[in-house]
Design a protein around this ligand. Structure first.
Ligand code: PRX
Length: 639
């Protein structure tokens, strides 16, 4: 079996075989790109994409805003589909959760036809360029079809994670003022039917949504004038839709993510810049060729799903595989079976999933060969050495490089990682900045720190093409979140250090954002959800380390007058489910009499965290109620 890595002076490097097949295998690329990043990206944009009109100016910067390929015109859908027509290639493999249900394969031609048809459905409903279309769908082919259909006509898609609650969906619909919502009857999860339409119906009341298009997953079809059946509408539509010509700097999609305040932000991504970064990062990080089958396990409700489950592989004319269900259903061998059966060559997942599989024990991986795999990827949170090692040995069979990619919803595509043909692949180290991008580590005053020192990770100008172009209709939030602290640098809100070889290690978020099983959540978002309950006086949420999920939220709650009870705990967990979704559910709730606060009324979450992890809390002098600390310590010790 081909070995794609080799060990030299204690580190893993690409083998000769990997160097031979890699798109890039010479580390001179970093220096070349560095000389003139704008020119570098300009060349990539020309080479990688089909443009209707070349840009007038490659990069325009007027901070806090910047634009890529200004004046350039293109259509994103044409870049994903039309240019690969006639190659008779599979674009999508969909694996449904029920083992008995047959996988669905769509060629580029078939996908193109369905996308065109659905684009015509949207047009018939009056959806125009720049209108927002809300998509509340699970991992099924229709999700890809509807998203691409939006890009064909220049509508802006706003995908909402299917595990989010009705309230969370409503808030996102209201922010984007979508007139059309696409959802499904539901989907299968752990053998059960998860009902989406029910939640969607509740969410649209009192919003701008006029039409709801429903994918029938379990066989029941909707009828009427407000609710339309996806398949029926598709059958009536023309099979070709002329692509709209879109300005490079026009918004292609918005995707909501958590920040430090309670309300999620609509991250705005443009068309040409995003497409350029999605195309090249997918190509170089995963060494994608047209005969590759890539499986990115992320749900499309998150940015990883957008860029690497859907768009990156399609832009490159490769095959993407998506799976509807849960990783360990009907047994913990399901994922590995899918890899072997479908000959997946690139596998991209999150450390949380790897840690979960480690816990199941090796017997579940022993049965599988993994001989088709060439490259493994990880994303979403720091990967610990044990998980890296297990992934490397048990799945990669010590043959495949692990590409640990650092990036964010805001960055659209990956930014820091090793390249498979260059390496090195070092456990827990993300790697170097993607060619043509620059990140440094600064102290709290924005001054570059010494090599090897930990500080704040920031991005330098010119900002990468895939970067966000604002927070949807919220200029203030955009400035406050990303440009206030360091002005001329983009603030990632991550901590990191960079060694002498320019290798970057991410140390985690520096703000009140946590990563729970790879999902991004804000403490304030959870507190808001809890405080919505009438019985709550106030609350504080802190993340604590968790063996499998990376972090989990713990809530401290002061009740108005009720006595603490298990029933109340359940009720409050349900409240979080209702407001955000079960992903955000606190793993524990402590009912306390008071929260530790400073004189100015600031809740000291830092102290709560110290108490939870068994450290001596510092800074008690600043508290107005130091007694609260002893009280809470006792409550924690009893539970
Ligand atoms: O803290 C970093 C962490 O995930 C955050 C971004 O989360 P989200 O917007 O949900 O996007 C996740 C997928 C791109 C970052 O600020 N993060 C992401 N990748 C890594 C990581 N932390 C360490 N190593 C990574 N490879």
């Amino acid at each position: 079996m081909t070995k794609y890595i080799t060990k030299k002076s204690g580190k893993y490097w690409p083998s000769k075989e990997m160097k031979k097949i890699a798109w890039v295998n010479d580390d001179k690329i970093y220096k070349q790109a560095d000389k003139n990043p704008v020119k570098f990206w300009e060349k990539l944009a020309k080479e990688g994409l089909v443009w209707k009109k070349q840009w007038d100016k490659a990069y325009v910067e007027k901070l806090p805003y910047f634009q890529w390929f200004k004046g350039g015109k293109l259509n994103f859908c044409v870049n994903c589909l039309d240019r690969h027509l006639g190659k008779d290639k599979t674009a999508l493999i969909w694996i449904p959760e029920p083992v008995k249900e047959k996988p669905v394969k769509l060629s580029y031609g078939e996908l193109h036809e369905k996308v065109c048809k659905f684009a015509n459905v949207l047009k018939k409903l009056g959806v125009k360029k720049k209108d927002v279309v809300a998509i509340y769908l699970p991992m099924i082919p229709e999700t890809l079809i509807t998203m691409l259909a939006c890009t064909r006509i220049g509508a802006i898609h706003s995908v909402v994670f299917s595990a989010f609650s009705s309230d969370a969906l409503k808030a996102r619909i209201q922010d984007g003022k979508a007139k059309v919502l696409i959802t499904s009857e539901g989907y299968y999860r752990r053998g059960k039917k998860e009902l989406l339409l029910k939640k969607a119906k509740k969410a649209v009341t009192g919003t701008s949504v006029k039409k709801i298009i429903v994918v029938s997953r379990f066989g029941k079809k909707v009828s009427g004038t407000k609710y339309l059946d996806f398949q029926k509408e598709l059958e009536k539509a023309d099979s070709y839709c002329k692509p709209e010509i879109i300005n490079s700097e026009d918004t292609m999609f918005i995707l909501y993510t958590s920040g430090t305040t309670g309300k999620p932000k609509g991250i705005v991504h443009d068309t040409g810049g995003y497409a350029t970064q999605a195309y090249w990062t997918a190509k170089w990080n995963f060494n994608l060729h047209e005969n590759d089958i890539m499986w990115c396990t992320a749900d499309v409700g998150w940015i990883t799903g957008h860029t690497y489950a859907f768009y990156g592989p399609l832009l490159n004319g490769a095959t993407t595989l998506i799976f509807e269900g849960s990783p360990d259903f009907p047994n913990p061998g399901r994922w590995w079976d899918i890899i072997d059966k479908n000959k997946v060559t690139v596998f991209y997942t999150a450390p949380t999933a790897i840690r979960m599989f480690m816990k199941f024990g090796d017997r579940w991986v022993k049965k599988y060969k993994f001989s088709s795999l060439k490259i493994l990827g990880t994303v979403g949170e720091p990967i610990d050495e044990d998980a890296w090692d297990w992934y490397f040995k048990k799945i990669g069979k010590s043959r495949c490089p692990i590409i640990d990619t650092w990036w964010q919803t805001e960055t659209g595509g990956t930014l820091i990682n090793a390249l498979p043909g260059i390496g090195p692949f070092i456990p827990t180290v993300a790697g170097k900045c993607f060619p043509g991008t620059k990140h440094i580590v600064v102290d709290k005053n924005g001054k570059k720190v010494k090599t090897g020192k930990t500080g704040n990770l920031v991005q330098c100008s010119p900002f990468a093409p895939g970067m966000l172009h604002g927070v949807y209709k919220n200029h203030k939030k955009y400035i406050e979140t990303y440009w206030k602290r360091f002005k001329k640098y983009y603030d990632t809100s991550d901590g990191a250090y960079i060694d002498k070889q320019n290798q970057i290690r991410i140390t985690g978020r520096t703000d009140d954002v946590m990563k729970v099983a790879g999902h991004r959540l804000a403490t304030a978002e959870l507190e808001n959800a809890i405080n919505e309950s009438k019985i709550v006086s106030e609350s504080a949420v802190v993340p604590v380390p968790h063996k499998i999920k990376g972090e989990v939220p713990i809530a401290f709650i002061v009740l108005k007058k009720h006595n603490p009870s298990e029933a109340l705990e359940k009720q409050l967990k349900k409240q979080v489910d209702k407001s955000i979704g079960p992903t955000a559910r606190p793993s524990k709730i402590y009912f306390v009499k008071q929260l530790p606060k400073t004189r100015s009324g600031k809740i000291m979450r830092r102290i709560l965290k110290a108490l939870l992890v068994g450290e001596e809390p510092k800074g008690l002098m600043t508290l107005v109620n130091p007694k609260s600390v002893e009280e809470i310590k006792e409550i924690i010790s009893k539970k």
